[in-house]
Design a protein around this ligand. Sequence first.
Ligand SMILES: Nc1ncnc2c1ncn2[C@@H]1O[C@H](COP(=O)(O)OP(=O)(O)OP(=O)(O)O)[C@@H](O)[C@H]1O
Length: 259
Amino acid sequence: MLPEPLTQPAPPSASGAREAVLTVAHVSKSFGENHVLQDFSLTLHKSENVVVLGKSGSGKSVLIKCIIGLLPVDAGTITVLGQEVALLDHAALDQLRAKVGFLFQSNALYDSMSVRENLLFPLRRHWLAHRRGEENELVHQALDDVGLAQTANMMPAELSGGMRKRIALARTLILRPEIILYDEPTTGLDPVTAREIDELIREVQQKYNTSALIISHDMNCVRLTADRVALLEQGRCYAEGTFAELQQRSDPVVHKFFE
Ligand SMILES: Nc1ncnc2c1ncn2[C@@H]1O[C@H](COP(=O)(O)OP(=O)(O)OP(=O)(O)O)[C@@H](O)[C@H]1O
C-alpha cells in the first residue's frame, strides 16, 4: 500500500532552489482561429508529479505534443532538461526523447511482438547496443518494477487492459527516463485497476526520482498521483496548487472540476 499523495512540493536541491526539469513559458498554439494554448506557463521540478487537469478539448494533448516537439509552438519557449525544444535538430530531439518517456493512452504495444520484444524495441531504437549483454537483466528489472516479472514471453493479446498498461510503462522505464509524460493513464480501466496504475505511478516516482507530467480528467488519478495540479482552462494555466488547495477554492471555474 502506498502513502497518500504528498501535500508539500518536491524537496529543494542542495543550492536551495528546486531544479526545473521542464519549463513551458508563455506558450501559444493556434490552429487557424482555434486558439488552443494562449500564454500557457508551467514548470515541472525534479522528482515532482504534476497533473494537468482540463476538460475534453482544452488542449492537454496539444501541450504534450508541443513538449515532445511533435508540434511547433507559435510563441513562447519549452525547455526540457536544459534544452530548448524548438532549437533542436532531428538527432538532438531523438536523443532528448530517450530521456523523456511517454506513456500513450493507447499503450501502443506491438501486437505481433512478445512482451520481451516490445521492451527491447526502445533499447535498440536508441542504439543502446553496448547494453546488449545486459538486455535480459534490463527486461527483467523493468517487468519486475511493474509487478509482471513472469510475462516476458507472453503476447500482448494475452494480457488484460491493466497488464497492457503496466507493460507499456515497463517499456518506458527500460530507458530510465528522467521525465515521464503520461497521457490519460487510467482511461478505459475499471476503478480497481485504475487505482493500481495510480499507485504504480507513485512507486515509479519514489523508486527512480522521476518527474512526471500527467494529463488526466480522472479525479481519482489526480488525487492519488499529483504533488501539484495545473488547471488548463481557455488555453491558460488558470489555477495551480495541491489537490487539497484547489479542492477548497470557491472560484466556480476551479470548483466545477471537484464537484
Ligand atoms: N493537428 C491539429 N489540427 C487542428 N486542430 C487540432 C489539432 N490537434 C488538436 N487540435 C484541436 O485542438 C483542440 C485541443 O485538442 P486536444 O486533443 O489537445 O484536447 P484534449 O484536452 O487533449 O482533449 P481530450 O481530453 O478529449 O483528449 C481541439 O479543439 C482540437 O480539435
